[in-house]
Design a protein around this ligand. Structure first.
Ligand code: CP
Length: 310
């Protein structure tokens, strides 16, 4: 196991998070350089992705590294029955860092335990998505100039949504109050509610995405109801369109409010929100390149990049 792996947001202390945010800001000013010259990085995506894979690969390419990998496991020897352990051990023979998305919760931790090279978790089932969390934190910090004193409203699929689970854990280091807006079937899991109670984190549970909730929010974090997580598709059909944000709902919102969404969206944010200056989800996705450049350098132990980039 390599101690530089980033499998869960809980692997990072508050100081680590603040340092990565500082590094992301640096990379936003200096996105192109050769500091990964000679480094080869694998992106192993056992689950579909647009943003995470492409922004990780953009991050590497812009820093002068090289990428190998796959986005379709059906085209690999996994389809012949090769185990995850064997796949990881093989790929680790070739590269300096593995970035992996997998549909099984715990797969990234397991991968990190069967190899000596670092592993970055690019999402494991409904569990964790730490690089999404770093870009979410960076987006919140950029738009609010602070991570303290904020009201963050999470809406949609809070049960299976790995992005909200990771973000909640990361924001627990700061003075943040939460609204958890979801139908009972998709509310925040009990383990996270217990975590909030045990750590004196203020939260409100609501089924109603009403004006009161919207107008007190600094951040609204919309999420997609993820069809791929449901074993009962009838249940998915019942809950998939319960929460839809429309532009008119933002009329009395705070001036500093920003709408975030990890994307992809389906129906949960109407396209009439896109031109509202409070819509931030496309910039949020762009911030992913800089946050991931910071995480890649950390995982590879490259700490002197400020000296290397003039
Ligand atoms: N936010 C996110 O993880 O998007 P992708 O599934 O497209 O990577």
């Amino acid at each position: 196991m390599n101690n530089s792996s980033i499998v869960s947001i809980n692997d990072l202390s508050k100081q680590d998070i603040l340092s990565l945010l500082d590094d992301a800001a640096f990379f936003e000013q200096h996105p192109d350089s050769k500091i990964l010259d000679g480094k080869l990085i694998a992106t192993l995506f056992f689950e579909p992705s647009t943003r995470t894979r492409l922004s990780f690969e953009t991050a590497v390419n812009r820093l002068g590294g090289k990428v190998i990998g796959f986005s379709d496991p059906a085209a690999t020897s996994t389809s012949k029955g090769e185990t995850l352990k064997d796949t990881i051990k093989m790929v680790a023979n070739y590269v300096d860092l593995i970035i992996m998305r997998h549909y099984l919760e715990g797969a990234a931790r397991y991968a990190s335990e069967v190899t000596d090279i670092p592993v970055i978790n690019a999402g494991d089932g409904a569990h964790q998505h730490p690089s999404q969390t770093m870009l979410d934190l960076y987006s919140i910090f950029k738009t609010q100039n602070t991570l303290d004193g904020l009201t963050v409203t999470m809406v949609g699929d809070l049960k299976y949504g790995r992005t909200v689970h990771s973000l909640l854990m990361a924001l627990s280091h700061f003075d943040v109050r939460f609204n958890f807006v979801a139908c009972p079937e998709l509310q925040m899991p009990e383990e996270f509610i217990t975590f909030c109670r045990n750590n004196n984190i203020r939260f409100n549970i609501s089924e109603d995405f009403n004006a009161e909730v919207i107008n007190e929010s600094d951040i609204i974090y919309m999420t997609r109801v993820q069809r791929e997580r449901f074993s009962d598709l009838m249940q998915y059909e019942r809950v998939k369109d319960l929460y839809n944000l429309h532009n008119a709902m933002l009329d009395d919102s705070k001036p500093n409010l920003r709408i975030l969404h990890p994307l992809p969206r389906v129906n949960e944010i109407s396209q009439d929100v896109d031109d509202n200056p409070k819509a931030y989800y496309f910039q949020q996705a762009k911030n992913g390149v800089f946050a991931r450049q910071a995480m890649i350098c950390r995982a590879l132990g490259i700490t002197n990049f400020r000296d290397l980039i003039k």
